[in-house]
Structures are given as structure tokens and as C-alpha cells.
Design a protein around this ligand. Structure first.
Ligand SMILES: NC(=O)c1ccc[n+]([C@@H]2O[C@H](COP(=O)([O-])OP(=O)(O)OC[C@H]3O[C@@H](n4cnc5c(N)ncnc54)[C@H](O)[C@@H]3O)[C@@H](O)[C@H]2O)c1
Length: 319
């Protein structure tokens, strides 16, 4: 397929572009910042840029990963988020409709499901989150605009018979968390693979599975995070004493962690369930927490990327 990949200079885009090409797709990268996989430097917020991309490259399908996201909240205005995340998404949807093509994959985020109350872990148990969870009450402009973009995808898919898959993707960023500094970056990423993270390679592979999926037309939403070892029966204990639950599933984890000076999480406030994605798209994640433990046992490199200093190419691009 001739695929337009937005956000091609970013962390996900630069991983996804070569994987798409290896599958035989002809990829045109569009990003506001230059990059090795970006053929068109321009903004999706400008309809003329999007229309020209379709006209010049015979685009048949879109993977829309470009966005201003959470770290950008500190850098940009709420209006910039609306322009890029909402107007930009609508521009791409309108272009797909005008070109009479149907396939659209949207990179959404689990972040939009996290209300202030979930964020603050006000419940005495872990919140189990899947595609049916609600109400959706995003706690910041990133979540608000991603949710609006999802709704634009749903509306246009229903009105025009598009086939849109939105992937509410968990964390895959390589940099340190900008709000939690208590644990080392690698310790935190390993912990998060239990319940809210995936590798960037798995995020890219899930997008390819969505692109190539021959499912029914309409709007389809999936959560994408590494398969959790936990079940619904664990939610109370996860809230009270997550380390004990983890030790039950992974008896070697406490000693392996202690050897590195790492800490297991004392409590876990949310769990993302991506079983619908695995079932409907016949998708298998390559990396989960069990893979981390295996690597630690064998003295192998950890199976995820960590780059404390990564900064988005979009930094400094907007006012
Ligand atoms: N990083 C994560 O952990 C995470 C988690 C969930 C969802 N997501 C989503 O994944 C997608 C990719 O994120 P990433 O981590 O690769 O971020 P990133 O910042 O590395 O990449 C995003 C890219 O979008 C580009 N971009 C921004 N505004 C643009 C515009 N107006 N026109 C064209 N390009 C523009 C940026 O230049 C950048 O290259 C985003 O949609 C993000 O919301 C990311």
C-alpha cells in the first residue's frame, strides 16, 4: 500500500517507517521536523500540505502518529494542541474521504482515559481499563484533544464508510518520566511493562497489524499495552501490596530486582487490558514483563529502549 505516515521524524515514526517498508509498503513520511524517514516537511494543521501529499504521492492509506503530546504541554499553548491534534486529524480524514480511500490508523493514547482521580490513585484498588471503560474525563489538553480526534475519526468513519482503527497506546517513550523521579528510568520502565507500557517496536508492529487488518468498515478502538500478567481478581491486592502480587507471579523477581538495587512498585493504580487487540487483530506482543525477567536471569540486555535525554523533534517548532 502507498501509506502516508505522519510523525515520521518522531520516536514511533522513525521505528515504524522501516518496518512498513520491510513489509512491502511504500511509505511517504510527513513531519513538521526533518528526519531520515520524512519526505515532506510540513504541518498537518495546514490542509494544503495534506492535500499536496495525497496528490503527489498517490496515498492509499494513512497512519496518523503525528501529535503534540504530553511533554509538549510544558512547551505549547492549548490552541497549538487543538490545531495539531484536532484540526490536523480532521484534515487527514477529509483527504482520505476526498481520495475515496478507506484505511486510516490513528495513534491515540491511554492517557486520555486517566482522570485526575485515577491519576491520584484515590481508589483503594487498581482500576482495570479496557475499551469499555468510562466516563472519559481527560485531565489535560493532550487528552482532551486526542479524545476529540478519536471522535472525529468515529464520526467520519460512520458518515463515509471508512475503516478506522484507533490505538489507545500505552507508554513507549524512551526518556525519563517528567513527573516521577523516584526510580531510575530503567527500573520504572520495567515496572510499567507489568500494567501500562509497551516497547516502541511493539507499538509499531500493532500499527502495522491495524493497517493490514481486513476487518469490517467503521470505527474500531483498541488499547495497546504489553499483556499484563494480572487478572481482575488481583485489583484489590494490587492497590494494597503490588510487590507481593508480583512475587507470586514471578518468584525470582524480588531477588533479581534487589541485585540491581531496583524496587518493585508498592502499589499499582491502573492496569491496561489489551486482550481485545490480540484477539481481534490476531496480534502478539514480542515483549512483556516476563521477557524482562528472562533477560535479567540470563544476564542479557533489557528488552526495551531507554534514552533519558530524548526530546521530540517538535520541540521548538510552534509558538
Ligand atoms: N511516547 C509515548 O509514550 C506515547 C504514548 C501514547 C501515545 N503516543 C502517541 O504516539 C504518537 C507518536 O509519539 P512519539 O512518542 O513518537 O512522539 P514524538 O514527539 O517523538 O513524535 C511526534 C512527531 O509528530 C511531529 N509533529 C508534531 N506536530 C506536527 C504537525 N503539526 N505536523 C506534522 N508533524 C508534526 C513531531 O515533529 C514529531 O516528530 C503521538 O500521536 C503520541 O500522542 C505516544
Amino acid at each position: 500500500m502507498r501509506v502516508l505516515l505522519t510523525g515520521s521524524s518522531g520516536w514511533l515514526g522513525r521505528t515504524l517507517a522501516p518496518m512498513l517498508a520491510a513489509r512491502g509498503h511504500r511509505v511517504t513520511g510527513l513531519d513538521v521536523a526533518p528526519g531520515d524517514h520524512t519526505q515532506i516537511v510540513g504541518s498537518i494543521a495546514e490542509r494544503s500540505v495534506v492535500d499536496r501529499a495525497f496528490a503527489d504521492h498517490g496515498i492509499e492509506a494513512v497512519i496518523h502518529a503525528a501529535a503534540l503530546h504530553k511533554p509538549d504541554i510544558a512547551r505549547y499553548s492549548r490552541q497549538a494542541f487543538v490545531d495539531v491534534n484536532v484540526t490536523g486529524t480532521l484534515n487527514l480524514l477529509e483527504a482520505v474521504v476526498a481520495a475515496r480511500h478507506r484505511r486510516f490508523v490513528f495513534t491515540s493514547t491511554t492517557s486520555l482515559m486517566i482522570s485526575q482521580s485515577i491519576r491520584d490513585e484515590r481508589s483503594d484498588r487498581a482500576v482495570w481499563l479496557d475499551e469499555q471503560s468510562g466516563p472519559i474525563e481527560p485531565r489535560n489538553i493532550y487528552g482532551v484533544t486526542k479524545f476529540a480526534a478519536e471522535q472525529a475519526c468515529r464520526l467520519v468513519a460512520e458518515e463515509h464508510g471508512l475503516s478506522v482503527i484507533a490505538l489507545r497506546t500505552g507508554r513507549f517513550f524512551s526518556e525519563d518520566d517528567d513527573t516521577h523521579r523516584a526510580l531510575s528510568g530503567e527500573n520504572m520502565k520495567a515496572n510499567e511493562l507489568l500494567h501500562r507500557r509497551l516497547t516502541v517496536e511493539d507499538a509499531a508492529a500493532a500499527h502495522i497489524a491495524a493497517l493490514e487488518h481486513d476487518g469490517p468498515v467503521g470505527y474500531h478502538l483498541y488499547l495497546a499495552a504489553a499483556p499484563t500478567p494480572f487478572s481482575l481478581e488481583d485489583v484489590v491486592e494490587l492497590g494494597r501490596d503490588a510487590a507481593s502480587v508480583i512475587a507470586r507471579y514471578f518468584p525470582h523477581a524480588p531477588a533479581l530486582y534487589a541485585a540491581r538495587g531496583w524496587m518493585l512498585p508498592p502499589s499499582i493504580g491502573r492496569v491496561y487490558d489489551s486482550s481485545a487487540l490480540c484477539r481481534d487483530l490476531d496480534f502478539r506482543f514480542a515483549t512483556d514483563f516476563a521477557g524482562v525477567i528472562r533477560a535479567m536471569e540470563r544476564g542479557k540486555p533489557l528488552p526495551f529502549a531507554h534514552d533519558a535525554d530524548y526530546v521530540s523533534p517538535a520541540a521548538g517548532m510552534f509558538s
